[in-house]
Design a protein around this ligand. Sequence first.
Ligand SMILES: Nc1nc2c(c(=O)[nH]1)N[C@H]1C(S)=C(S)[C@@H](COP(=O)(O)OP(=O)(O)OC[C@H]3O[C@@H](n4cnc5c(=O)[nH]c(N)nc54)[C@H](O)[C@@H]3O)O[C@H]1N2
Ligand SMILES: Nc1nc2c(c(=O)[nH]1)N[C@H]1C(S)=C(S)[C@@H](COP(=O)(O)OP(=O)(O)OC[C@H]3O[C@@H](n4cnc5c(=O)[nH]c(N)nc54)[C@H](O)[C@@H]3O)O[C@H]1N2
Ligand SMILES: [Mo]
Length: 887
Amino acid sequence: METPHGSATMDTMSRRSFVKAGSAIAASAAALSAFGCAPGTTVEEDETAGVTELAITNPEEGGEWVAAACWHNCGGRCMNKVMVKDGVVVRQKTDDTHEDSAEYPQQRGCVRGKAQQQQCFGADRLMHPLKRKGWQPGGGENSNGEMRGKDEWEVISWDEAISLACQEIKRISDEYGPTGFYCKSPDPTINLMCGCVRGWDTTSHGTYTLGCDMIGLPPVDCGKANDRFDLPNADYIILYSSNPTWSAAGTPTYYFIQAKESGTKFVSIDPLFNASAQMLDADWIPVRNGTDMAFMLATAYEMLRLDEEEGNIIDWDFLNTYTVGFDADHMPADAKIKENLKDYILGAYDDTPKTPEWAEPICGVKPEQVTAFARILGKENKTMLLHNYGMVRCNGAEMIPQMLMALGAMGGHMGKSGHATGGNYHADCGNYGPSLVAAGRAEMPVTENPVSTGVRQPQLYQLILNGGGDVVDVSNSYGSFHEPIPTTLGPIKGIFHVTDATLQTSLNQKEGIEAHRAVEFVLTRAQFMTTNALYSDIVLPVTTEWERVGSVTSCNREFVYCYSQVTEPIGEAKTDQEIGTLLLEGMGIDPALAYGKSEQQQFFEQIAGSTIMGDDGEMAPLVTITAEDIAEWGVDGQPQEGVVSLTDFISNGGYQYQRTPDDGHGYIGYADFVSDPVANPLTSASGKLEIYCQARYDLMASYGFPGIEDYKPYPTYVVPCVGYESTFEGGKIGGKRSEYPYLMYNPHYLRRSHSVFDNCAWLRETWGNPVFLNRDDAKEKGIAEGDTVLISTKAGQGLRRAAILDILMPGVVGVPHGAWVDVDEETGIDRAGSDNYLLGAEYGGFGVSGYNNYVCNIEKYDGEPIGLDCDVAPRLIAGATVAEPTA
Ligand SMILES: Nc1nc2c(c(=O)[nH]1)N[C@H]1C(S)=C(S)[C@@H](COP(=O)(O)OP(=O)(O)OC[C@H]3O[C@@H](n4cnc5c(=O)[nH]c(N)nc54)[C@H](O)[C@@H]3O)O[C@H]1N2
Ligand SMILES: Nc1nc2c(c(=O)[nH]1)N[C@H]1C(S)=C(S)[C@@H](COP(=O)(O)OP(=O)(O)OC[C@H]3O[C@@H](n4cnc5c(=O)[nH]c(N)nc54)[C@H](O)[C@@H]3O)O[C@H]1N2
Ligand SMILES: [Mo]
């Protein structure tokens, strides 16, 4: 499947964008000279646009296909190939290494991957180190911090950039010590230079981030569903808060189609009748975002009722053997209170049975739909209860992991073919089991951050603005939580942005911008003028993966991707390792402490360490490497025997394990545990699935976060600190509407991988990034399709064009995740519709962040309407001059 477009990258850059971004022309001229012109290339001047455009004739002549990285965090992990001719990408395609079949599917990529060339060679690529004009080292007035995001930029040399950065890092370090800095992502250079305070949040997996091992679930509940060949064995597949067609482009939807075609029925539980549900003709159970606990409790009530009245719904043997805490007779030994889920559901403790009628005002699901769903979960059906994480990125979602697991266990849907309870997520979506091929790793030196404190990310900005303060340190790395350590932090005066988009992708962005303006120094490595870069003082241009030597990455259990260099670094961009090396040298530290080997050597070690599962079930080397290969690569290594030659591995773009349904690699989640729970205990204290879990509750309660007293060690309905109840005055459902009467959520959106690709003109033309509104809500507010809508929350205001839907629940507003904020400094309104500009940092209970149930108001905007995103100039910063390099 090729995507011929018969012209090189540069000619398709949006003309509109160019006209508006005068300064882009300098960049484009430089870009042209950086790429050179391929023979057979005619360069035409387009007078009207004032832009140099390229048109390439005979694009394929002399071109070479290269497996090119598609490295973003989107849930795809697909194959991407580009035809390179004299450093210019002239064509792109995806996997065609073998015929496509259901058993042996091609690892096809999506439109975003195919727009990669426009990203890598984009007119808005940062080509030179930049310094904010109004900033000078030394702190205090010199920082001129208020101007961050508004100031002009000047191109400086690498020498000057590194020397300014090192001077400032030394100064802040001397004065404030290692906690004088903040950096979200771990980074060896920063660990060695100074250290930093780190932030944590319940970002991707929401509540599942918090101690699920104590319940007995795998760390992020991803690894315990079944292999793809088992999907068609299910009678029902429940897509709970799950839209893989958008969030896991690549093979997953194809697997689900196989199941659909063999007769499996699908059910989707979601505020939106989403693309996956449409594609699979699912029965839609519309549920309000952030209210799933009410729906789930009512489903459990109905299962109990139907089991009592008709029998054969609840798998009591399963519950009694494999779980604790469902009823009074099966409590865990460490339980401190004499309460259980069943009696809570029946109303024993609060005189409120959790009936469908009780739940409906909260979750909006009709009682008959709850009953029908309860039957589907009954033990006589082969049901797979597969979930994503949208419903746990909500305030008040702390107990969803225990409740969802309890529902699966009530129907006995674990450990058997056709049954599953587990995640349905990212690149492994619909296809679980141990890796059959896996990417190797290059061993790198381990560096340690002198600061162990991890701050709850949403509180961090307050901490910066307050000049420090008391925090409860509970986590120092992703996914690992410990006993609380009360800590007092001093002022944070420096911010580093490395390989994330924190200021864009973290909650509470408006306050985040203030915090960025309050510090003395912000240093960013960036490929574009991203939001992190925009609010910085020094920006160091970093290469994309296309400009690096190559890498190997695990994609799904059957596929490892190996990609190679496509082009030389654009402009003066350097790799992260090269930048780290310069900074360390500037600080007088030996760079070998952080890196220690060349990027070529690292690439080689990733290849040599890649493995494939043998017939004996053991992983063995995947790639054959000869002494000649090693000599040719100029690396250290040993020859080895694998199943594919180094040349083929590189030119094919990795390796796909050829599966058949009876290859013996099928996988059924929890099968070991179900066959022998004593010999194969889970990670919980009891070794069983803990519906009542004392350990998790006690650890979370020890953090002392607000509202923890409302929670129990087993699932109960708790009114969230912000959520559906907040759309009513005084939180009284059915009463007078509050100032913010709509429930907002952030779908992970097709145009982007988080914030990545938001600047890509082709994708901007393809997807509009609107605000999704229900038709009746829009009508009531006098909003028509395409009208500019003002979205207001307690935290901020943003503008988007309306997309009016019949497939979104009334009262729900969808603001897609990841748009690059564009604040109008006069009004404080964001014109780009950045999700996080609208989100505040309120939290309760265990500290779960509420991305998907914040509350908002919508109005037709009476100011100047916004146009289409594809007509907006690429972000080259207001008043910025990205001039030719001086040296
Ligand atoms: N409101 C709201 N916020 C959310 C979410 C939501 O649903 N709603 N979702 C959350 C989720 S699930 C996630 S995972 C996070 C993602 O949060 P982030 O990881 O911060 O998001 P990305 O946009 O993927 O950021 C990657 C950045 O790295 C840059 N980059 C790419 N390659 C390189 C490289 O080689 N070197 C360097 N130095 N930089 C590179 C990219 O240009 C980009 O700026 O966002 C979270 N934020
Ligand atoms: N195109 C694209 N794909 C991506 C990403 C991206 O940015 N863009 N990001 C990747 C990453 S890192 C992650 S973490 C995953 C995230 O993937 P998911 O965790 O699946 O997140 P979403 O796709 O936002 O939401 C999935 C579905 O949940 C529904 N939903 C939202 N809130 C609720 C709720 O409270 N209750 C219920 N029942 N349903 C709800 C949404 O309508 C949507 O249909 O996506 C990955 N894939
Ligand atoms: Mo994520």
